[in-house]
Design a protein around this ligand. Structure first.
Ligand SMILES: [Fe+2]
Ligand SMILES: [Fe+2]
Length: 352
């Protein structure tokens, strides 16, 4: 056996025992010696040994106390401890194991046996450390992969929204701004992080179903015909059908399906009322009408945020969730939220 770089600490008050152990191990390991409990602790704090051979009966602090102290400290608790005792006393042995020792050697000992036990426990320790390292690596890999997937999902979503918006330039940026406002409302209403993420995704994609509406209808100036308005109403269901095939960790498709439902049952497609509509969809509805009303549409000029908020307020509880309305108005009135910055960016995008 080649000499290992592992450091073995021998703790014993008896010089003969120390000599015996040193002679047994010196050709195989680096050795440290401490003649009592206090010195042992001092040694450990200076050079962390890989294993400790610990005598039980010592003047002052005994071996059990040393063991207890080491096991209570995170930095040292994983150092394997082998107790050494003069008597083959089962009660003592059990006490040692209970305190966290890995093994026992009874005096008088055979050099061969001591070496084998030390070797076994050192290799167990190194295996434990390798496993722990591997776990840390695996956790890191899972984290990186998850991040990569999230990035891919985000990229896919932005391509999808771009595709919708290329066909429908007047609502370009609409989904993005709706998502931002919906997230701000959901945050101020203290929804859970998961629900806020769901509101964000659903907001970003909520009008994706318009991909089925002819561009001539979407972009035609002037008021829509009744038949065209009716046709437009299929977009939440188309969006639902498109999105339900994606295994989102949140109910994104359902929220999109419900974004035109209204509190009094006057919405579509199902005419759901009040609590039958998911809270996330009620929030999205408030963000959607606020953004849509405050900005330009081919069939009317931009009405501005004040008109949008006044309309929201007058339909609070009737069409729109009262808490979401309050949160939305508060966000604008307090200056915590505005569409301005986004719109500037959007306009810029158009010029380019
Ligand atoms: Fe919509
Ligand atoms: Fe919308």
């Amino acid at each position: 056996m080649e000499k290992s770089s592992d450091l073995v600490l021998i703790v014993d008050d008896n010089a003969t025992n120390i000599d015996l152990l040193v002679n047994t191990l010196k050709d195989y390991y680096r050795l440290g010696v401490a003649k009592n409990g206090e010195k042992a602790l001092e040694y450990v704090s200076k050079q962390k040994p890989d294993i400790i051979l610990l005598d039980i009966m010592m003047p002052g602090m005994n071996g059990f106390e040393v063991c207890k102290k080491l096991k209570s400290q995170d930095e040292y608790k994983n150092i394997p401890i082998i107790f050494i005792t003069a008597v083959d006393d089962t009660t003592r042995k059990m006490e040692g194991f209970r305190l966290g020792a890995v093994d026992y050697i009874t005096k008088p000992f055979l050099g061969e046996e001591v070496r084998e036990r030390v070797r076994t426990h050192l290799s167990l320790k190194s295996m434990r450390e390798q496993l722990a390292d591997r776990n840390v690596n695996l956790e890191q890999m899972v984290k990186e992969k998850t991040l990569e997937l999230e990035r891919m999902l985000e990229a896919t979503i932005s391509v999808t929204t771009l595709l919708t918006e290329i066909r429908d330039p007047y609502t370009a940026g609409h989904q993005h701004r709706v998502a931002k406002l919906a997230v701000a409302i959901a945050t101020s209403m203290k929804l859970s992080a998961d629900k806020i993420k769901a509101v964000d995704l659903a907001g970003t994609l909520h009008d994706i179903g318009k991909i089925r509406i002819p561009t001539a209808v979407l972009n035609r100036p002037g008021k829509l015909l009744e038949s065209e308005r009716e046709f437009l109403k299929i977009h939440p269901e188309i969006g639902y059908k498109l999105l339900k095939t994606i295994p989102f960790p949140y109910p994104v498709a359902e929220i999109v399906l419900q974004h035109h439902e209204r509190m009094d049952g006057s919405g579509y497609p199902k005419g759901l009322k009040g609590d039958q509509i998911m809270l996330e969809a009620r929030i999205l509805a408030v963000a959607d009408v606020t953004e849509a009303q405050s900005s330009y549409r081919p069939y009317r000029p931009a009405l501005g945020i004040d008109v949008a908020l006044a309309d929201l307020f007058s339909n609070k509880g009737k069409l729109y969730d009262p808490k979401a309305v309050d949160a939305c108005i508060q966000l604008f009135k307090s200056g915590q939220f505005s569409f301005d910055e986004d719109k500037q960016k959007q306009d810029h995008g158009h010029i380019e």
